[in-house]
Design a protein around this ligand. Structure first.
Ligand SMILES: C[S@@+](CC[C@H](N)C(=O)[O-])C[C@H]1O[C@@H](n2cnc3c(N)ncnc32)[C@H](O)[C@@H]1O
Length: 202
């Protein structure tokens, strides 16, 4: 959570304001700019631990909220949490029965770093593709997606894939990301579904 210099200012601000991680400010920035989560939206957070995006989302909507992560998420009032691997396709049915209509999928998921840059980049892109496939399977038409990714090899391919399923797709660098980080968010609005009947999930 701290920077390479220890616990940085953003981290201390998060502690002061009761957020579970500094990542809270990234979702706030995205929301301030794009207003993707509306008053009554049902929201699914993929890769949600420790839960600061869920805390922010709870303040934005009175709809249903669910968070999924490999790690347990400490209880949050009004939020359903699951310990699970988002690449498990059986989860999608569970999410549909928990949330009903899913208006927005938000994902800050990132694989654990190995230190081997190209391997880590390939895994991050692979996870992004899984998030996209999950979102396409559960989102209602017109729904929105926030997808964390990393600039580098195959990022543009992932971005093109997202463009196939959403009416409007943009990228956004958060000020709250660490300096020099390749982290970037794909902001995808207005899910249009699959382009033809023959086309299934990714
Ligand atoms: C940067 S953290 C998310 C922080 C979160 N947005 C917050 O505000 O508290 C990335 C998370 O992605 C999760 N993750 C990575 N791969 C996953 C997978 N296959 N299934 C579920 N969660 C995964 C990690 O366990 C980690 O908790």
């Amino acid at each position: 959570m701290g920077s390479q210099w220890g616990r940085d200012r953003t981290y201390l601000r998060a502690v002061r304001e009761g957020y579970r991680s500094r990542a809270a400010y990234k979702l706030q920035e995205i929301q301030d700019r794009y207003h993707l989560i509306r008053d009554h939206d049902n929201v699914l957070d993929l890769g949600a631990a420790p839960g600061s995006w869920l805390q922010v989302a709870r303040g934005l909507t009175d709809g249903r909220l669910a968070g999924i992560d490999l790690s347990p998420i400490a209880p949050l009032e009004g939020v359903t949490t699951l310990v699970a691997d988002l690449t498990d396709h059986d989860l999608r049915e569970k999410v549909r029965s928990l949330l009903g209509t899913v208006n927005v999928v938000i994902s800050d998921a990132a694989p654990k770093l190995s230190g081997h840059r190209s391997y880590d980049q390939a895994r991050a892109i692979g996870l992004g593709e899984e998030v996209l496939a999950f979102a396409c399977d559960v989102l209602k038409p017109g729904g929105n997606l926030i997808l964390k990714s990393f600039q580098g090899e195959d990022f543009s391919t992932l971005l093109e894939e997202v463009r196939q399923y959403f009416f409007s797709v943009k990228t956004f660098k958060c000020q709250a990301s660490r300096k020099g980080s390749s982290e970037i968010y794909i902001i995808a609005r207005n899910f249009v579904g699959y382009r033809s009947e023959t086309e299934g999930p990714l």
